[in-house]
Design a protein around this ligand. Structure first.
Ligand code: FAD
Length: 321
């Protein structure tokens, strides 16, 4: 079946396929421990696809027929053989990628983040949340962050994914392996040098510095929200839910059940383009809400403009996130 000229290529292919097979066996023997083999196999098949395309565009694919010549075998045209070969290589890379992604999502019960984002976040949590007394593992922080992002409704939350992607690959620009692959010690040093020192000592040009700072802050914020927002960390931070604080019952008893409350109108519900009041406050956050309450209780007519959705006190959960 093989012409003489094919010999060196057959020898190479046998060696290459044996390595692929060995990697697949190692990976399948304990996929949690040897999950890196999946990336090697995907990477190898991507290189294969790129090599095939290079030959297609810049070389001669007619010789592919020689690989399949043999007695009594009708060889299909070179073009057909080429595309079958390319499809098999691309299909293998894609299939492995899809299988890995769904297996990793199922393993960590991820609903919003991809396995890559989750891994980077866990790697960041591992070096940010240090100490003997920590009440959550980095994996639990990663899962908590995923739950938070999944349940959090904001149009721009994809920016967290973007920041985590940048955080994953940023070390490549500094000729280091991707962030989650570094050892914890190197990861900590990289963080101190490239995210903290480079930014605070202004070693990077302005626009790049801001990007680096933003990507690090976004990751750090997610870790903090996930860790400090979880009940397991409350004992460490000293956070006590309002309803469990001394005096909470008597404070709540003073709230009149039939108090007037706020009248909420969404723009769609307004049947006029003019609304007047004594005072207009933009934003119903800590500052705006307190001011509005005090002014209203002194008899002023207050209009509060808020871009977020109205959250009724009955929906308050005492969840600080
Ligand atoms: C995770 C986290 C934990 C924190 N923990 C604490 C703590 O434990 N103790 C503490 O003292 N402080 C804490 N802070 C800080 C505290 O929340 C802020 O200092 C405080 O909320 C600031 O109040 P503010 O009124 O200025 O702004 P905000 O409370 O942020 O309110 C701004 C409001 O304006 C609205 N808004 C913005 N732009 C517009 C617009 N153009 N049109 C209409 N509406 C608009 C926003 O939707 C928002 O509702 C924390 C902050 C965060 C993020």
């Amino acid at each position: 079946m093989l012409g003489d000229a094919e010999f060196p290529f057959v020898a190479n292919s046998t060696a290459k396929d044996s390595i692929f097979f060995a990697l697949a066996v190692v990976g399948a023997s304990d996929i949690r421990r040897f999950s890196w083999t999946v990336f090697v196999l995907i990477g190898a098949h991507v290189v294969l696809v790129l090599s095939l395309l290079t030959v297609y565009f810049f070389g001669d694919i007619s010789s592919v027929q020689g690989s399949f010549e043999g007695p009594g075998f009708d060889v299909p045209p070179a073009e057909t053989l080429f595309w079958v070969w390319l499809s098999l290589a691309a299909g293998t890379a894609l299939g492995l990628g899809v299988l890995y992604r769904s297996a990793a999502k199922a393993r960590y019960r991820l609903r919003y983040l991809s396995p890559m984002h989750h891994r980077t976040l866990v790697a960041l949590a591992e070096v940010l949340v240090l100490g003997e007394e920590e009440t959550m593992t980095p994996e639990e922080i990663g899962q908590e962050a995923d739950d938070y992002l999944y349940s959090y409704s904001a149009r721009q939350k994809w920016k967290f994914k973007l920041a985590l992607t940048a955080l994953t690959v940023y070390p490549l620009l500094r000729l280091r392996p991707p962030y989650p692959i570094m050892s914890p010690e190197k990861r900590r040093k990289f963080l101190e040098r490239c995210f903290i020192a480079d930014v605070s000592e202004r070693r990077l040009p302005g626009p790049i510095r801001r990007l680096v700072q933003t990507m690090f802050f976004a990751g750090q914020q997610l870790v903090c929200i996930a860790y400090y927002g979880d009940e397991r960390a409350h004992s460490q931070t000293g956070y006590v839910k309002f309803t469990r604080r001394p005096g909470a019952d008597s404070a709540l008893a003073r709230v009149k059940p039939n108090r007037r409350g706020v009248e909420v109108r969404t723009p769609r519900e307004l049947d006029t383009d003019r609304v007047s009041a004594d005072v207009v406050i933009v934003g119903s956050g800590a500052g705006g809400a307190t001011l509005a309450y005090e002014l209203a209780s002194r008899g002023r007519e207050v209009l509060v403009l808020e871009r977020g959705r109205h959250v009724d006190p009955s929906e308050f959960t005492e969840d600080e996130r």
